[in-house]
Design a protein around this ligand. Structure first.
Ligand SMILES: Nc1nc2c(ncn2[C@@H]2O[C@H](COP(=O)(O)OP(=O)(O)OP(=O)(O)O)[C@@H](O)[C@H]2O)c(=O)[nH]1
Length: 332
């Protein structure tokens, strides 16, 4: 086994908890000089996160073929093979908000090449202080696992994010819930996922013995599929042309205020009439916000670039047809 195995950090956390925000924080933070390779996985047919990660010199590798936890044996291993000769200081794997972290972590123990070149440094779980409790409490059909619980159970470190959105009592309640699931993980509070990078990367926190106590079969190379909640799906849509800002705004505000309990996460990259900058829409349940490439993240529309608006909704009992019709109506 190589003495210089590259440390790998797995970043998990429920939809919208602040994982991409953390990737951006790490990539732009001046307090480290590490060359970081980022591997991104998205739950949805339309790639959006690439437009939301800061332009940087680091390399971003995307996996869009379904949920990372169901395709670990394939894509992730292939990317790790390709990355090995490039001598990155560290690798950051951002999983989808719906991923069960166990099979992702297993990748680093089952493939000989990966074992030889990489070591799992830590599994970090970002928790949305405002929305996590409703996901921990969610009733699931028989045999379906609760991803929000799994993600906390597996964490070596929990980043309790969005503490700006809760009061002291709510925060204390969330901390108690986290400790009841995982009493070992160190909990760090954060706003906008800002945590000193030295506390995130290369921290030697992954402890295989603790994992085996919880999950004795962890090292068995089984391909058993775990079950996702069949009611939860992602609807990715695209429409060509320029959109009316007013129509988009009204549509999304109404949609999220009425259906925000079931729509866990929404995001989009939009072309607004008369604007050269790309508009970025972000929603987590009923909270929504807009940004634009004018803020320095991503690139504006290219001169000859087709204006293709992309949006993705992830949630329970989504009506694809209706969402699509409403999206089409926003064209200016
Ligand atoms: N108020 C507040 N908003 C935050 C904080 N951290 C992130 N956000 C916002 O929450 C939204 C989701 O953040 P992301 O970083 O995209 O979340 P994610 O976990 O990558 O989301 P998925 O990839 O969809 O699972 C964005 O609009 C962020 O700006 C925070 O500490 N406080």
């Amino acid at each position: 086994m190589s003495a210089n195995r590259v440390p790998v950090t797995i970043l998990t956390g429920f939809l919208g908890s602040g994982k991409t925000t953390m990737v951006n924080h790490i990539l732009t933070s001046p307090d480290h000089k590490q060359r970081v390779a980022v591997i991104e996985n998205e739950f949805g047919e339309v790639g959006i996160d690439d437009a939301l990660v800061y332009n940087s010199q680091e390399e971003i590798f995307e996996m869009n073929n379904g949920c990372i936890c169901c395709t670990v044996r394939g894509d992730l291993i292939k990317i790790l093979h390709r990355l090995a000769p490039k001598k990155f200081d560290t690798v950051l794997v951002e999983t989808t908000g719906m991923a069960d972290p166990a099979p992702v972590a297993q990748t680093f123990f089952v493939d000989d090449f990966v074992k030889e070149h990489y070591r799992l440094d830590a599994l970090l779980t970002v928790v949305d202080a405002k929305h996590v409790v409703q996901h921990l409490d969610e009733e699931k059909p028989d045999g379906v696992e609760n991803e929000a619980i799994e993600q906390i159970a597996f964490a070596d470190k929990v980043i309790l994010n969005k503490t700006d959105l809760v009061n002291e009592q709510e925060k204390a309640n969330v901390i108690q819930r986290i400790k009841a699931i995982n009493s070992f993980a160190n909990i760090i509070e954060a706003v906008m996922s800002r945590v000193p990078v030295a506390e995130l990367l290369n921290i030697n926190a992954f402890d295989i013995n603790r994992i085996l106590e919880n999950e004795p079969d962890f090292l068995k190379d089984s391909d058993a599929e775990h079950q996702h909640d069949p009611r939860v799906s992602s609807v990715g849509m695209q429409v060509e042309g320029e959109l009316s800002e007013d129509k988009v705004n009204k549509w999304l505000s109404k949609l999220l205020s009425e259906k925000g309990t079931d729509i866990f996460r929404s995001k989009g990259v939009l072309a607004i009439k008369g604007e050269d900058h790309k508009f970025v829409f972000q929603g987590v349940h009923m909270l929504m916000g807009f940004g634009s490439t004018a803020e320095g993240r991503g690139k504006p529309w290219g001169k000859d670039e087709k204006r293709i608006n992309r949006i993705v909704f992830i949630g329970r009992n989504l009506d694809r047809k209706q969402l699509n019709e409403e999206f089409q109506k926003c064209v200016a």
